[in-house]
Write a protein that binds this ligand. Structure first.
Ligand code: IPE
Ligand code: IPE
Ligand code: MG
Length: 254
């Protein structure tokens, strides 16, 4: 038995019923810091440690795709110093996580208007994405300068342009056409969406893609989120019955 399947047994998770794609709204870094009379950036620093733990755990469990909401289009409105601090942490994260991405066959991916990120960050992202492109263990998607409405606007523009140029027949536009023009093209829709910090809202994350995701809201602040809690949430997910609009499986029959 390899180490990942033995950890599945220990965690009482059914390996055949794990979500293929987990998306997380990592929230609560600022409140974590405030409770300790610290600077918000200290909360983000601690949050990066949680990111490391959860990336490793997801990989160990053989989850195929993990998407983390790291910075929203709306987060550009935060004080300059906080935005700069977050960009610095992102650059550092890319440096320190490099060996993990290689050792664990993790492919890095981003969604969002990454052209708005500072040059240095963007270059590091692009080179890491290129260098890890052949990794097949798990795809780690960072949502950076991401907003679902901006993504939808971009999608409509691309489709409208193709229609105007005559390369796309408007009558042929399907849900698949739309999915293919979103930043998440090629990724399966999230099966499970987790939000930390007690807020019960989506905050402009993956609006199209979460149509049938199971939602889980936890009061835990992101810096306090742990491997154990992640596994408990996965156990909860496995107890749910996903119906996709069909009748419950127990009530079929005569
Ligand atoms: C989440 O933590 C991280 C980002 C949005 C970048 P917050 O910074 O939103 O923390 P709270 O919500 O203020 O506690
Ligand atoms: C959502 O958190 C964005 C990220 C986690 C990156 P926010 O803290 O920005 O969301 P609101 O303001 O509480 O809706
Ligand atoms: Mg927040």
């Amino acid at each position: 038995m390899n180490s990942s399947s033995s950890s599945l047994v220990r965690n009482e998770l059914d390996p055949d019923r794990l979500p293929k794609h987990v998306a997380i709204i990592m929230d609560g870094n600022g409140r974590w810091a405030r409770k300790r009379l610290m600077n918000r950036i200290n909360g983000h620093e601690k949050g990066v440690e949680t990111v490391r733990t959860i990336v490793r755990t997801a990989r160990q469990l053989n989850i195929a795709a993990l998407t983390l909401y790291a910075f929203s289009t709306e987060n550009w409105q935060r004080p300059k110093a906080e935005v700069a601090g977050l960009m610095l942490l992102l650059t550092r994260f890319l440096d320190t996580e490099r060996p993990t991405l290689f050792d664990n066959q993790i492919r890095l991916n981003t969604i969002g208007q990454t052209e708005r990120l500072p040059n240095g960050v963007r270059q590091k992202l692009e080179s890491t994405i290129a260098e890890t492109a052949g990794h097949t263990g798990m795809v780690l998607t960072l949502a950076l300068s991401y907003g679902a409405r901006a993504e939808i606007v971009d999608m409509v523009r691309k489709i409208a342009t193709s229609a105007r140029q005559g390369s796309l027949d408007p009558e042929a536009i399907s849900a698949e056409t739309i999915a293919d023009h979103l930043y998440t093209r090629g990724l399966p829709d999230p099966d499970l969406l987790i939000r930390t910090s007690g807020e019960q809202r989506i905050s402009n994350f993956l609006l199209w893609q979460i149509a049938y995701a199971e939602l889980y809201f936890t009061p835990t602040l992101w810096p306090d989120f742990s491997k154990d809690e992640f596994i408990r949430i996965l156990q909860d997910y496995q107890r749910r019955e996903r119906r996709f609009g069909a009748v419950p499986s127990a009530s079929t029959g005569p």
